[in-house]
Structure formats: C-alpha cells, structure tokens
Design a protein around this ligand. Structure first.
Ligand SMILES: [Zn+2]
Length: 288
C-alpha cells in the first residue's frame, strides 16, 4: 500500500553529463539541478537567448514519432523519456534540466547514466506534500497493436507484454512495481532497441544519426545484435516499461494504479498520460 503522507523531493546538488544524441547525432551536454517544491520537472534550453523553459507535462507533447517531444512557445526538446523516467522512478518530483540543444545525450540507450547523475547530485526532502493521483476506475487507450489500461491498485505497477517476430521466444512479459529499487535493478539498464528492418526508414526520415551499437540493441531475423550481449534476457520488455514510466511521468504527480501495457509505444503512452490529466482536472485532488 502506497503511503500518501510523503514529502516532495528534489536534487541536493547538481550533476553533468555529455555525449552523443541519438537522433541528431551531435555532442550534447545536460545538467541536472534542484528546483523549488511544486515546480515539477522543467527543461531549459541554455543554448538559446533568454534560456526558454519547457515544462515536462503531458499538455506540452507535440510529437511522439520514435521519441517523445515536448515544446512550449515553439521551442522544443525531444527524446526526453529516459531522463524523465530516471527522475520519476528515483523519486525526484522537482528538477531543472539544462540542455544545450534540442536532445539530451542518448548515453548507452538506457536510463542508467541518468540514475548515476541523480545519485551523484543526491536527494533533498522538501517542505511540501507529494501529490498523488489514485486511479479509481479503469482508463484505457487502444491504438492499433498498442493497448494500455490503468486499473485501480494499491501501488504504481506496470505489467507489460511485447512480441517481435513470429516465434514464441520473441514474446516477453514482465510486471514490476515502479519504485527506486526496482527501477535501478530491473529496468534502468535496459537499452533502446530497434528492428533491423526499421533502420533504413528511420535514416530516410533523418532520425538515428547518432545511433550505433554503443547505444542500441538491434533485432535482425530473430537474432540480437548488440555490444557485450543482452543486459537482461528480456531487455526489450524492460525498456518498454522504462519508456512507459518516462512518458507517464508527464502527468505531473505520483500515480497509484496498475498499467497493463501490450506493445506500448510513445503514441499510446502519451495518449494515456493526456487522458489521465483530463480525468484529474475534473476530479477532486487526492493530496493528503
Ligand atoms: Zn526508450
């Protein structure tokens, strides 16, 4: 049972990281900073005049093709789901993320480097109550192959199933609670992956310019191509759960409910986040 009398948390200090971005393929820098209570997660484009800020909320999502893009006043950042997943799952409610371009470094394609940054920066408890949204009835999104349902439950949990290819071996299922320990151990190290057949289409669209076996796992004819083998036998379903956590963090509060996700993707994840924001705006807040 999730205790509702929790305090908000931010980072105690700062942490920096730099590396190549996945889609634009350039070197980028990111810095995580503390932020005041009740401010949520905000991204700042420090490369632009007047340092425009973009709040990481579901209503700011402008694109969900391969990655999640958020924007405010025409200024955007994309592929933010891995850093957002790490912040949410590690229990950071408020943070200011400085970026010197539209995309953060992809690092190794997982959330592990962001978890390391959060641990380096440390945790600070703030004098404000954490906001929760307890799901009281099912809500769902049904988008082609992607189906997401959130059900009432005592804790935030994600149960996810994926299938790639034709054999039974290509099916993966996992159910995990969303908390710091399970995220660090069971989810954070799972890398981005793509199907070999998708690579050419992505390149034609000008995407994955920084993609390589340093930051992604490739599936070709049922064979896994990656550096140093898989990190978990079912790494794909774990990365899908990571993306769900990052995209659903855009609701802007702590969720209590179980998500059942079948072949989830950014379009379905964001649609569920937006649906929940709509439901929350018409219901009594459950801050206690
Ligand atoms: Zn991802």
């Amino acid at each position: 049972m999730t205790k509702l009398n929790q305090k908000q948390q931010t980072l105690k200090g700062t942490a920096r990281y730099s590396g190549i971005t996945l889609h634009t393929g350039v070197r980028a820098h990111i810095k995580l900073n503390p932020a005041p209570a009740n401010s949520g997660v905000t991204l700042v484009r420090v490369d632009l005049p007047e340092r425009p800020e973009i709040r990481a909320v579901a209503t700011n999502v402008v694109d969900v093709q391969r990655a999640t893009t958020i924007a405010e006043n025409g200024i955007g950042v994309h592929t933010v789901e891995h850093v957002l997943a790490a912040l949410y799952a590690c229990g950071i409610d408020n943070a200011l993320i400085e970026m010197d371009g539209p995309e953060p470094p992809i690092a190794d394609g997982s959330s592990a480097p962001y978890v390391a940054m959060i641990q380096e920066a440390g945790f600070e408890i703030q004098d404000a109550s954490r906001k929760f949204y307890r799901v009281t009835e099912p809500h769902y999104v049904n988008m082609g192959d992607s189906k997401l349902v959130i059900l009432p439950a005592d804790e935030y949990r994600i149960s996810c199933a994926v299938k790639y290819g034709e054999s039974m071996m290509d099916s993966q299922y996992l159910s995990v609670p969303v908390n710091k320990d399970s995220f660090i151990n069971d989810v954070s190290k799972a890398r981005t992956f793509c199907l070999y057949t998708e690579i050419a289409q992505l390149m034609v669209k000008g995407l994955i310019r920084g993609g390589s076996l340093e930051n992604a796992v490739v599936l070709k004819d049922g064979v896994v191509v990656c550096k140093d083998g898989l990190r978990y036998p079912d790494e794909f379903v774990r990365h899908k759960i990571l993306d769900v956590i990052g995209d659903l963090s855009l609701v802007g509060c702590r969720l209590i409910g179980e998500i059942i996700a079948i072949k989830p993707g950014h379009p379905s994840n964001v649609a569920l986040a937006q649906k929940l924001v709509g439901v929350m705006s018409t219901s009594v807040p459950s801050e206690e």
